[in-house]
Design a protein around this ligand. Structure first.
Ligand code: ADP
Length: 498
């Protein structure tokens, strides 16, 4: 039997999972690494430390699976997106700390570009919005801040890339400088329709093309890892950014299928097939994947800043629960929220409102309100936030969505998932294996290695744990939505001058 090794390089830890030929996890290893906050709003990683954590977890997972590298059909990589590394091609050493996706240091640069009227070009070409989140302004910043970097980049002495690219460089002993199209689509430098680096955007951000990696399909050939890593050379066959890997791991491979990951925030992606659907609701249009030489596939993406984080606030801020799972017992003590509505806009509101001046709000409190009502209202608020993003997706794509596939830590809550089904009026499907990110990378690698001919053959490996069916009427749903919308309206424009 052949195995697959998925390397899941996240924002706070690196994980390696060995899967068997039926995509069942056999062994896992995980290592956290340091977060650096040198100034307010800045977030950096040590790319060297990230590589060491990936190497160590890869070795540990293979060894605890009781297999050797010769048993592996391929390696799949999935990674934190947008984070950018610049390194010296000769020594392989980073020239500066990696700038992490969360880093806001280039906010002023982005505001200047918006004021200069560049947002339409960027949105049309890349599907993204002018925000420091994406890689381009971070790379621009690095090339200016590190003395001599701009000249060395033009001379071809430096290499840049997102974390996938940095890992492949190291895995292949510096032989491959390549990225996949999903990661490239988050740099703000790629034309999402042609799949190539865009000269106009490179000029806008003053980035020499010589510094950038080759762009390859997400499933295919990314070179072979150095035998020194695992004892035998193993081919790298799959690469995708974390959210795209999760979409694939959920097998959302037919247009109209959508997944939502309930972590600290909630990330929703709607697969739109070969159509790059432009958004009128300020959602992102992004590359979903490209399998071999088949045409590129796309998705609409929307995120909610505060998802499971609202439950963490009940635990750490209010202290009414001791652990996140306890929220379910507390909320179950009451049949409804007793008229309490929470808008968890702790950091403003994201899609589809985009209101940075909104703030968290609690409405409808009476003398009879208890912690249980607040716990219940908190879970409901996550469901409503997700419903708003899904509503925007339906509007932008012109598709009626009938099911939502869920994963992530908070998807473990049966109560939240039932609330989600009730808020949306659609079926919620929770897979047995909610580790969909690593699974998606393994599936991409398996396809690249030829273990399966196409994604249809993968359908048999997806096992549903539980389905939640909507138990409300459309009338009831509309009435509740109206109350939620009223609360959102009141939470908005809070920090603005009146
Ligand atoms: P991330 O990848 O963003 O760190 P995870 O996918 O690990 O997040 O999910 C963690 C979140 O899930 C936390 O915010 C926590 O509040 C929530 N969570 C974890 N278990 C449960 C549970 N049983 N019920 C409700 N929420 C939960």
């Amino acid at each position: 039997m052949k195995y697959l090794l998925a390397l899941d390089q996240g924002t706070t830890s690196s994980r390696a999972i060995v899967y068997d030929g039926r995509c069942r996890p056999v062994a896992t290893a995980q290592q956290e690494f340091h977060q650096h906050f040198p100034q307010p709003g800045w977030v950096e990683h040590d790319a060297g430390e990230i590589w060491k954590s990936v190497r160590a977890t890869a070795r540990e997972a293979v060894s605890s699976a009781g297999i050797t590298a010769a048993d592996l059909a391929g390696i799949g990589i999935t990674n934190q997106r947008e984070t950018i590394v610049v390194w010296d091609r000769r020594t392989g050493h980073p020239i500066a700390p990696a700038i992490v996706w969360q880093d806001r240091r280039t906010a002023d640069h982005m505001t200047a570009l918006r004021e200069a009227g560049q947002e339409a070009l960027v949105q049309n070409r890349t599907g993204l919005l002018l925000d420091p989140y994406f890689s381009a302004s971070k790379l621009h910043w690095l090339l200016r801040a590190v003395p001599g970097a701009r000249q060395r980049a033009t001379a071809g002495e430096l290499a840049a890339g997102t974390i996938d690219s940095w890992l492949i460089w190291n895995l292949t002993g510096g032989r491959e400088h390549v990225t996949d199209v999903t990661n490239a689509s988050r740099t703000m430098l790629m034309d999402i329709r042609s799949g190539g680096w865009d000269d106009e955007l490179l000029a806008l951000f003053d980035i020499p093309k010589a510094i950038l990696p080759r762009i390859a399909p997400s499933s295919g050939d990314f070179g072979t890892c150095d035998p020194a890593l695992l004892g035998t050379a193993v081919p790298i066959h799959g690469v995708a950014g974390d959210q795209q890997a999760a979409l694939f791991g959920q097998l959302c491979t037919d247009p109209g299928l959508v997944k939502c990951t309930y972590g600290t925030g909630c990330f929703m992606l709607l697969f739109t097939g070969p159509d790059a659907v432009p958004s009128r609701s300020r959602l992102l249009t992004t590359v979903a994947w490209q399998i071999g030489n088949a045409p590129m596939q796309y998705a609409l993406e929307g995120s909610v800043f505060v998802g499971g984080a609202a439950i963490q606030w009940l635990r750490d801020g209010l202290g009414i629960i001791k652990s996140a799972p306890e929220v379910n017992d507390l909320a179950a003590r009451v049949p409804d929220s007793g008229g309490v509505v929470i808008v968890p806009a702790f950091a403003g509101l994201g899609a589809p409102w985009w209101d940075p001046s909104a703030r968290g709000s609690l409405f409808g409190i009476t003398r009879g309100t208890t912690g249980a009502h607040i716990a219940r209202a908190t879970l409901e608020s996550i469901a409503w936030e997700v419903a708003d993003v899904l509503g925007a997706m339906q509007k932008d794509s012109g598709r009626r969505i009938t099911a939502l596939r869920v994963d992530g830590g908070a998807s473990a809550s049966d109560l939240l998932m039932q609330m989600q089904a009730d808020a949306l009026g659609v079926r919620i499907e929770r897979p047995r294996n909610v580790e969909t990110t690593a699974l998606g990378a393994a599936m991409m690698a398996g396809l690249g290695a030829g273990l399966w001919k196409n994604s249809d053959e993968l359908a048999t490996v997806r096992e549903t744990d539980r389905t939640f069916i909507c138990a409300t009427t459309a009338k009831d749903r509309r009435a509740k939505l109206k109350i939620w919308r009223k609360a959102v309206k009141r939470a908005r424009n809070w920090t603005e001058e009146s």
